[in-house]
Design a protein around this ligand. Structure first.
Ligand code: M6R
Length: 357
């Protein structure tokens, strides 16, 4: 039930810190150590390449998951949009393992891939929010996201729970390989949950941002580099699906290869910066779009901020930055939809779970 909330989406945004804490507790063993099912650990160890499959927000979680698995556990990962995989099937490695990411566990496009790869004799792990869902039943293994029912069509808490589970999977995989990565998943995820809470408690600030940048616009661009780019894709999807503002996420470095032609006086650009390694580059992209008249809303992480930045998010481990940086983007989408009088929980033309291919 929505309780005192006007919309499920707002309730689900607010639930995220406790969802992350819950995910951590579900994957802790008796000694408080992070541990996943030993069969899954073996399957991960026995594969030479991971293929992550998803749609929409779950695909975006997969993009972040690729970075987590590659950086933490040194496992090669490919991420594919489910609906494209069957036509453009990549040349598979010798021992592939498939990871299906799906909140509902019922998405037909993702199921199409699962059915196909099972026919080929490959193994699959489903990361889903729904125990007993089709994708869970038909895969060899399941990791649950434990986010509780997600009712709003726009996915929020399922996405951050997927990121937490992918973090746990990557950490477990690194540990199983005997790697010493100096990352404490329980401590870092709990710090990230606290930081998410801080952002959630700054709703007025996000309302102000929406008033100043999005009240009259027809479009909005999100720019970022590295993992920030993946979060930009998610922020843009959120904004377009519920507020109907045309929104696109771009890699900062790609702007000059075409997109910058769209920037004119007053075009809103949300820029994200959470990774020290790309700070200089994204700052110069911001200068480039500002020089063409863009109205830039810079969101940066503590330690990387400049005084002109519009919003500063608390510092967390760089692997976990997406958990926190996505919160302002979710809230921006929410308030933009609200101010425009859109049906926040049930946007036009969309269904919560897409059961047709
Ligand atoms: O249930 P799934 O995670 O498989 O759903 C995938 C997409 O349909 C879903 O994430 C969709 O993009 C959301 N409406 C985004 O907010």
């Amino acid at each position: 039930e929505k309780g005192p909330y006007p919309h499920y989406m707002l309730k689900e945004i607010d639930e995220q810190p406790s969802v992350i804490r819950n995910v951590v507790s579900k994957y802790q063993d008796r000694n408080g150590e992070i541990a996943i099912d030993s069969n899954i650990r073996e399957a991960m160890k026995g594969s030479d390449r991971i293929y992550i499959i998803g749609c929409g927000t779950s695909f975006h979680a997969g993009l972040v998951g690729k970075q987590l698995l590659e950086k933490m556990a040194d496992v090669p990962v490919e991420v594919h949009v489910a609906s494209e995989f069957l036509y453009n099937r990549p040349i598979l490695s010798g021992k592939p393992l498939f990871i299906m990411i799906s909140q509902s566990g019922e998405t037909a496009d993702s199921r199409g891939v699962l059915v196909e790869i099972k026919k080929l004799g490959y193994r699959a792990l489903t990361i889903t929010n729904v125990a007993g869902s089709t994708l869970s039943r038909e895969a060899d293994y399941t990791l649950l996201t434990h986010a509780g029912p997600e009712i709003a069509v726009a996915s929020t808490k399922a996405y951050t729970a997927q990121l937490a589970v992918l973090t746990i999977l990557a950490y477990d995989c690194a540990k199983a390989k005997g790697m010493d990565i100096g990352f404490d998943p329980v401590g870092e995820l709990s710090l990230a949950a606290n930081a998410m809470e801080i952002m959630i408690n700054r709703k007025e600030k996000m309302e102000e941002i929406v008033w100043s940048y999005l009240s009259a616009t027809r479009n909005c661009f999100f720019i970022g580099r590295s993992v920030d780019y993946f979060v930009c894709l998610e922020g843009a999807l959120k904004l377009k699906e519920i507020s109907y503002i045309q929104a696109e996420g771009f890699a900062g470095g790609e702007l000059k290869h075409g997109t910058i032609a769209l920037i004119e006086e007053g075009t809103p650009v949300v820029a994200l910066l959470t990774q020290a390694s790309i700070a200089g580059n994204i700052r110069s992209n911001v200068q480039e779009v500002m020089a063409r008249g863009a109205s830039v809303c810079m969101i940066s992480m503590e330690g990387l901020e400049e005084s002109s930045d519009r919003l500063v998010i608390p510092k967390v481990h760089e692997y976990l930055a997406p958990l926190v940086s996505v919160i302002p983007l979710q809230l921006i989408a929410y308030y933009a939809a609200l101010f425009r009088g859109c049906d926040v929980d049930k946007p036009r033309n969309l269904a919560k779970s897409v059961t047709v291919e």
